[in-house]
Design a protein around this ligand. Sequence first.
Ligand SMILES: *Cc1c(COP(=O)(O)O)cnc(C)c1O
Length: 457
Amino acid sequence: MISYVSTRGEGGRRSFEEVLLAGLAEDGGLFVPESWPSLDPAAFDGLDYAQTTARILAPFTEGCFDEATLLEMARAAYAGFADPAVAPLRQIDHDAWVMELFHGPTLAFKDFALQLLGRMFERVLACSGRTITIVGATSGDTGSAAIHATAGRAGMRICILHPQGRVSEVQRRQMTTVDDANVLNIAVAGTFDDCQDLVKAMFADTAFRRTHRLAAVNSINWARLAAQAAYYAFAAVRLKGPLAFAVPTGNFGDVYAGYIAQRMGLPIEKLIVATNRNDILARFFADGRYAAGTVHPTISPSMDIQVASNFERLLFDVHDRDGAATAAIMRAFARDRQLSVPSARLDELRDLFAARRVDEQETAHTIAGLAHEAGYVVDPHTAVGIAAARAAAPRDRPVVTLSTAHSAKFPDAVEAACGIRPELPARMSDLLQRPERSTACAAELSAIQRTIENWPV
Ligand SMILES: *Cc1c(COP(=O)(O)O)cnc(C)c1O
């Protein structure tokens, strides 16, 4: 049975259930499996999407969920996806494919992991009789995916803080039109950073944290990454690897899921890290120096990140899985805002990883080119991936760009790039008419805490 350890080496070995509920380790590190399970790629032949998910996850969840239980949850999680293939592949050029990961309830890939996680939480909580309050801050995609994964589920309620007036209308409405009693949307008079600080402050208030049994939803949860490894396996089997993936990247979560699939034995030859002008990762893979800059707003806002939280997991492997060494490096990074890895290690990483930065103009150009030449409209995040795939794909291999969001989630940027205004899918065409529900609140901890205390669930 696989146990989990922290990338910073303290706290001993943990079970999947502990890792699922805790998110972050107590020493500030991230959980990783103590060893990598391996699977024969032939074990995935002929499996549909839900079966692929259950098979990938089974070695990671042993002792908590068996493969049959995983399959039951995965079937339920993906039943509502709008495409029968769940994660369909579209060919856009001779060796180039797009994997559409936006057919879930909130039109972005985050639904893949969160729809499953909501069900995992519900089962684990039902067994122990516990209840939790999930709190989180969002700049758009994560909050809505988490709300849709949690709404109406037993044992949990969810409170999401968003910066009032600073998320797109579609993103806001995907949160505020959910009317289940266990969902609380707080519109904070402040910025996204204020929202994040308020969430951190709630966790730091030990009495409040214990009374409400706070839990987090963020991109560092191990179970989220492992669930995402499934679509890499699904594509690798369909296109009969070796193959490459191009991944629009922010927090290094999605592309790390590709690394998980590769470590498990799937024939993945290259993982292309695609960044917008917030390019800390592209710079790292160029010269081995990981140095935080300032965040610039772009038309691919879900990738406007300078410090990629999941990168620590890769650094742990780079340092031979030595937790004390990783902890020292992360402490130095917190102080200096930069770190570097030896060139021999960088060369090893480059066997598997490539990286490209794609600027705003090239992103818009890519959207326009595909729309006019192939009649295929992609969102700006996907366009960053496609442009990076074109620049960095190995020869004579299929390359799959992960399409992380539906174009209708970013209609203004898409229309500006190609003159076509993408429409919401029919199943949510009334989103702009549905009634909204949210509570306005000052950016003050006491005001937020009072709102949560007065929440009658
Ligand atoms: C979250 C997100 C990303 C970035 O994913 P990471 O796992 O943070 O690298 C890319 N595109 C879209 C649309 C997203 O919502």
